[in-house]
Design a protein around this ligand. Structure first.
Ligand code: FPP
Length: 256
């Protein structure tokens, strides 16, 4: 089966720009074209959830000028794509410390999410001012408050309950994590949620990443055996995928 949730660490914008002898921010600008193509391709493949790591908590440490361009690009993307996103039945969500974003970005984000709220296709989640540890600590704080107020006792805390306190409570865990530019790190992205994600490292920089690279990642994913701690033999016939079935899906997606 195709993944229900694809998460992407869009990496290598700066290195791509350097290779082209352009300023770093040109890499981010070019990266928006990749975002557009991948969002459209995921929608066409009927993948229910796509989460993009667009700005991490740590990214605030970048030069002020680069942070401003990234914020501006986000606004431009939301403004210029809203009609297309709507036509393509895309819903928009955001995770992260959204109140740390500049006020105009918050406004644009909230109005875009509102406009697209009724859509039923791809759920596009932007991770903005987000880090996995930030979300876990925030969840623990809220949970501790609920214990103090007597709404919960410590024995009630299970993995399933804890998950409901995360900002990703409404999204299934990612099945596939793609990171571009050959780097092999999680970089504080969806740490709790990534427990059983399959990892795919694409060697190209994010501004070069297009739907063909996504198809490659999906075909790689389809050939993995996801055991979730079990043995190969324990996996039922219906759960495991025969080679011909996998091949059929790969042919189907690469023909689009
Ligand atoms: C990492 O490349 C990329 C980012 C920190 C930002 C990603 C943002 C975009 C693609 C544009 C705006 C996003 C949306 C959703 C419209 P890097 O700068 O760390 O590259 P490097 O490792 O080569 O320096």
């Amino acid at each position: 089966m195709l993944p229900k949730h694809v998460a992407i660490i869009m990496d290598g914008n700066g290195r791509w720009a350097k290779e082209q002898r352009l300023p770093r921010v040109s890499g981010h600008r070019a990266g928006v074209d990749s975002v557009r193509d991948i969002v459209q391709a995921c929608g066409q493949l009927a993948i229910p959830h796509l989460t993009l790591y667009a700005f991490s908590t740590e990214n605030w440490k970048r030069p002020k000028s680069e942070v401003s361009v990234l914020m501006e690009l986000l606004m431009v993307y939301l403004r210029s794509e809203i009609e297309d996103l709507n036509r393509n039945n895309v819903r928009l969500s955001a995770i992260g410390q959204l109140n740390a974003l500049p006020k105009p970005v918050q406004k644009e984000l909230h109005s875009s999410m509102e406009k697209l709220a009724g859509n039923t296709g791809l759920n596009l989640t932007l991770a903005l001012s987000y880090s996995g540890r930030w979300d876990i600590v925030r969840a623990v704080q809220t949970l501790a408050l609920d214990v103090r107020r007597g709404k919960l006792s410590p024995e009630d805390i299970t993995e399933d309950l804890f998950q409901t306190y995360l900002t990703t409570a409404d999204i299934p865990d990612p099945d596939l994590l793609i990171r571009t530019s050959g780097e092999m790190r999680l970089s504080n992205f969806l740490l709790w949620e990534m427990a059983y994600a399959e990892l795919h490292i694409a060697s190209v920089f994010w501004p070069e990443f297009r739907r063909d690279h996504l198809y490659q990642a999906l075909s790689d994913y389809l050939q993995r055996e996801r055991r979730f701690g079990k043995t190969s033999e324990q996996l039922t016939e219906s759960g495991s995928q025969s080679r011909s079935y996998v091949q059929k899906i790969i042919d189907l997606i690469t023909r689009q």
